[in-house]
Design a protein around this ligand. Structure first.
Ligand code: SAM
Length: 375
């Protein structure tokens, strides 16, 4: 994989943006101070198993990131935002998590004065059950399927509006609106007034985004195949940057993705009328990214499945199915000793009869699952 050294240069240009080939620190040095409305990015993660583009080791991650923190602070407008999608990682050889992404967040706030506007979580329902050793072999951890998305800002008052990212009411909320909700003070102390009964046409989303990272880049993949280019191995789905570009910028604003990979951020901005700069070190990634701007941008949403499947996820209550005998003991050593013969171990823990446990639902708890209402 050819990593570009030396001067950053414009690689490709569109009506609204440009791709820059080179190190983000060099490229950002040429961007005016206080000129950027949003930095929307997914940096290389401190993964245990390194990917082709060379992740900084988790322990050194914060040191590696520090100069980028300074560059981001310099180019951002006061009312701008810095949004970082970052996956967690595991400590090599043991079933515990690295703290690197939390340390990154704390470093950016404490050393560069960023404010944590909000932490958002991106749940990828299509994530595979990894790391296999802890999740599927020893069965002592659950699937790691959520990325942290740190939304930071130079001041406590970044430009933002949640009316740009509304979602449909859930069926139970619609039912409640039809039935009418009796105003009352809840045991939690929350005062639910009769305003709760007002149908505002849509709901305010929670800080959990459910987006499957499957085939949301159909036209990009087609282009890479036609051109014989290997697709970028760690793309995020368009819905992730689109949420923040819509909520945090206006038409004509400037968005920068310093670790742009296949330029998903650029493609979203081009479609939404925002100016953009996408920077990456690896020419092959930008070569493939050019395809995003040679096809119709409304091709972006050509994922598989019906519209209903793509627009909704059903989230089961945790632990709703119990796949094991109620009294089967937990591994007393915390799973430290790997069962010698996995087949024998599996046979031992196989439930005699598959039991399921469905707790009774409390209608009041359900109300709060739906998130807030428009005011
Ligand atoms: C997680 S990927 C981004 C993927 C991108 N969000 C997408 O959807 O295609 C991180 C990218 O950062 C790039 N990168 C790493 N260090 C860089 C640097 N110093 N300057 C510019 N790009 C860098 C890597 O080449 C890689 O493509």
């Amino acid at each position: 994989m050819a990593v570009t050294q030396g001067q950053a240069r414009t690689y490709h240009q569109t009506a609204l943006g440009r791709m820059v080939l080179g190190d983000a620190l060099d490229a950002l040095a040429a961007v005016d101070a206080d000129s950027v409305n949003l930095i929307m990015t997914s940096p290389p993660f401190g993964l245990v198993r390194k990917k082709g583009y060379g992740n900084a080791d988790a322990a050194e991650y914060v040191d590696w990131f520090r100069p980028f923190g300074a560059a981001f602070k310099r180019v951002l407008k006061d009312k701008g935002s810095l949004v970082i999608d970052i996956g967690g990682s595991w400590i090599p050889g043991q079933p515990t998590r690295s703290l690197y992404h939390f340390k990154l967040l704390i470093m950016l706030c404490e050393e560069f004065g960023f404010h944590l506007a909000q932490e958002v979580y991106w749940w990828n329902p299509s994530k595979l059950p990894t790391p296999a050793e802890w999740v599927t072999v020893r069965r002592i951890r659950v699937k790691d399927a959520v990325n942290c998305v740190w939304w930071l800002s130079p001041t406590p008052w970044p430009k933002a509006g949640n009316r740009r990212v509304l979602q449909p009411y859930s069926p139970s909320m619609k039912e409640l609106l039809a039935r009418g909700y009796k105003a009352m003070k809840r045991p939690s102390g929350h005062d639910i007034s009769e305003h709760f009964n007002r149908d505002n046409g849509a709901a305010i989303p929670p800080n959990l985004m459910a987006v499957a990272n499957t085939d949301s880049n159909g036209s990009y993949l087609r282009y890479c195949k036609e051109q014989g280019i290997a697709p970028h191995p760690a793309r995020y789905p368009v819905d992730v940057p689109e949420f923040f570009v819509r909520m945090l910028t206006d038409v004509g604003d400037l968005v920068v993705d310093p670790f742009a990979g296949s330029c998903v951020t650029g493609e979203v901005c081009e479609r939404l009328g925002r100016r953009w700069i996408c920077i990456d070190l690896v020419e092959d990634y930008l070569r493939g990214a050019v395809g995003r701007f040679e096809t119709r941008t409304d091709d972006l949403r050509d994922g598989k499945g019906s519209a209903a499947d793509r627009n909704y996820y059903r989230i089961p209550r945790p632990g709703i199915l119990w796949n094991g005998a109620e009294d089967a003991p937990l591994p007393a050593d915390g799973g430290e000793k790997r069962p010698a013969n996995m087949t024998a171990a599996r046979a031992k823990t196989k439930p005699e009869g598959r039991k399921s446990r469905l707790a009774s639902r409390e209608p009041t708890a359900e109300l709060f699952e739906r998130g807030g209402r428009l005011t």
